[in-house]
Design a protein around this ligand. Structure first.
Ligand SMILES: COc1ccc([C@H]2[C@H](O)[C@H](O)[C@H](C)N2C)cc1
Length: 451
């Protein structure tokens, strides 16, 4: 074991109210919005397949040329209230928006740079409007911030020379100033989502990231930061050199999920961030390039995350003029329709402490001890759902969540194991079966224990 002085700040999992709220939220909206949304993956008539927010590098565009996009950023169709309503109807409880992506352009009027919203035709405090509108819909806001900054003259990937080091000291001060500025301007913000922390320069500054996490949490008590923010003094990221998680939740699941049967992952808080195309965070004009996920695929990912104590952060990439493509609006509606009927198996739910079975996923509300949710994605061809609970569990009743809540016939196979006979209830897929257990001190339970 190494002696780690600049690793985890607080004992995890955090049990304070702010973290309990973060955990119960489960479903969030990610928004990637910046200058990259203007070209949308196409430059001088050529379509670049790589992620649209990386167009500057994939098309080899000079910083001067790229940065001049600032003078075209005028989202005349941006309506923060409309965005917040769409998010509310989709069923998200929190949102994370890029305040500054790798390009370095800031969606808020920053004192520390002119490469910001103030110096665009739009001029106004776009981020402020966004936060106000989402908070008014009861949605928690967290801010994405990229440490990596292609625009800033003091960014250095590696610190080879004394000049590099002096420059990066200025970059570190700039970063700290901008983050404290964001927390000062927007005090209702619940979290910070750090990105762009994979380069050597940051890995060489683990103590700085420790001190910065401390300072930000003093400024905004209860603040929640992702593990991607951190390196320890040996350059180990997300987890310190002894494998201890840093930040407040694990944020390594980017466009991927854990194995659905993995139980170890349930020990920590974690979040999976996901794109609708295969790999586009910023707006790309051409969505024919790759598979576009369906609402059923996305709902299954949300349910899987919940079943393993994780959050699901689904990304939307608005156009430069400030509206969403119709496919994104449609998906938000389809997911929202499902959430209208089934959000009780997501909000304030988590790992049920049971092995995953083939028909789908178990989730369990942290408020109830004798109810378990089954979210069905795979209907068995024999029409019976094999359900293996803990030894000694007795099912009192199993019924459809959707009205008229038809009950399933129960056939006990073994101790804590049942077949549920499919009822001919009509309900939309994926559907939910509620398992009600006999509580431990019921006479039926005691009687059963005697046999
Ligand atoms: C493969 O290297 C990557 C992949 C994704 C990213 C960025 C994306 O632009 C998006 O912001 C995602 C959350 N982040 C990890 C950066 C580097």
């Amino acid at each position: 074991k190494k002696e780690v002085k600049y690793g985890q700040l607080t004992e995890l999992p955090r049990q304070d109210e702010a973290m309990k709220k973060w955990r119960s939220n489960r479903f969030g909206q990610f928004i990637h919005w910046g200058l990259y949304a203007i070209p949308g993956g196409i430059w001088e008539g050529k379509t670049y397949k790589y992620a649209a927010e990386f167009l500057k590098s994939s098309a080899g565009i000079s910083t001067a040329t790229w940065d001049s996009l600032q003078y075209q950023f005028n989202p005349v169709k941006f309506d923060a209230k409309e965005w917040a309503k769409m998010a509310k109807d989709m069923g998200v409880k929190y949102v994370t928006i890029t305040t500054k992506h790798h390009e370095g352009f800031c969606l808020w009027p920053s004192k520390y740079t002119d490469f910001d919203i103030e110096n665009t035709p739009y001029r106004k405090d776009l981020l402020g409007e966004f936060i106000k509108a989402y908070n008014e819909e009861g949605i928690d806001v967290s801010l994405y911030y990229s440490v990596l900054d292609w625009h800033h003259p003091d960014w250095r990937y590696k610190l080879n020379t004394e000049e590099d080091k002096a420059a990066f000291e200025r970059l570190k001060a700039f970063t700290e100033n901008q983050l404290l500025e964001l927390l000062e301007r927007y005090p209702t913000v619940k979290g910070l989502w750090f990105d762009g922390t994979w380069d050597q320069c940051w890995k060489d500054n683990g103590k700085f990231s420790y001190d910065l996490e401390k300072k930000l949490k003093e400024k905004n008590p209860g603040l929640i930061v992702n593990s991607r923010m951190r390196a320890d003094e040996y350059g180990s990221r997300h987890f310190d050199s002894n494998g201890v998680l840093m930040g407040d939740y694990e944020s390594g699941y980017e466009r991927r999920l854990p194995n659905p049967w993995d139980v170890a992952v349930t020990k920590n808080d974690w979040e999976c961030c996901m794109t609708i195309p295969e790999n586009q965070w910023g707006y790309h004009k051409d969505w024919t390039l790759t598979h576009i996920k369906t609402s059923n695929e996305l709902i299954e990912m949300l349910v899987q995350c919940t079943s393993q104590n994780g959050n699901f952060l689904l990304n939307f990439g608005p156009r430069g003029e400030g509206n969403f493509r119709e496919k994104e609006v449609k998906l938000a509606k389809e997911i929202g329709d499902w959430m209208d009927d089934n959000s009780s198996v997501i909000y304030n739910c988590g790992y049920a402490g049971l092995k995953k079975q083939s028909w789908g996923y178990f989730t369990k509300s942290s408020d109830s001890d004798d109810a378990i949710n089954m979210v069905v994605f795979n209907k068995p061809i024999n029409g019976k759902y094999r359900v293996k609970l803990n030894k000694g569990s007795i099912i009192k009743r199993a019924y459809l969540l959707s009205k008229p809540k038809k009950s399933f016939n129960l056939e006990e196979i073994a101790n804590g194991e049942y077949f549920l006979d499919d009822v001919k209830g009509k309900c939309k897929d994926p559907f939910v079966i509620i398992i009600e257990l006999e509580d431990k001190d019921s006479k039926k339970f005691k009687q059963k224990a005697l046999t």
